[in-house]
Design a protein around this ligand. Structure first.
Ligand SMILES: [Zn+2]
Length: 168
């Protein structure tokens, strides 16, 4: 679904019994979110109890597609990074980073998940600009469970590169 690249300055992840499933899926290029088995609402970050009704929750695989809700470029002495809120098509919002060609990035742009490798080997979901169409955000449908490769496979298509006029 996505290629792993190295971001050696990423902080270590918290890998415990509550998050291991999430990190294992991320290592396989799959982005997991959680859904309540009682009220059907999805949420992120993953929690063992639903934040809306305290019902039990289950994992579901997100499409990895969404839109930029907000972003900010952070400049440091040794480089820069772009922090962002990305709203997934499933309806949850992640605090994440944008990577890749971002000169033309705007709020509302379509993005796809791309896993970035930490120094200790974990894969962390970040997002790059994409031109994919929004997927159905239907909840509590069996078709929403499991691999959603139709949208995810677009991460390798040439359409994910943005055209940038050269300032020469
Ligand atoms: Zn609930």
């Amino acid at each position: 679904m996505s290629t792993l690249t190295t971001e050696s300055n990423l902080p270590a992840v918290i890998d415990d019994s509550a998050t291991r499933t999430y990190w294992q899926a991320a290592a396989e290029g799959r982005l997991l979110i959680k859904r309540c088995t009682a009220c059907c609402q999805v949420h992120f970050y993953p929690r063992p109890l639903c934040p809306f009704c305290l019902g039990d929750t289950e994992w579901m695989e997100a499409s990895g597609a969404g839109t930029i809700y907000s972003f900010s470029k952070v400049y440091q002495a040794d480089g820069q990074y772009t922090i962002a809120y990305v709203e997934l098509d499933e309806g949850v919002t992640l605090l994440t980073n944008l990577v890749g060609q971002l000169e033309d990035a705007s709020i509302g742009d379509r993005v796809n998940v791309t896993m970035q490798r930490t120094a200790d080997g974990y894969a962390v979901p970040m997002f790059e600009l994409g031109s994919n169409e929004a997927v159905s955000a239907g909840q509590c449908l069996d078709s929403n469970i499991g691999p959603l490769d139709s949208a995810a496979t677009d991460s390798t298509s040439p359409s994910t590169t943005t055209t940038q006029p050269l300032a020469t």
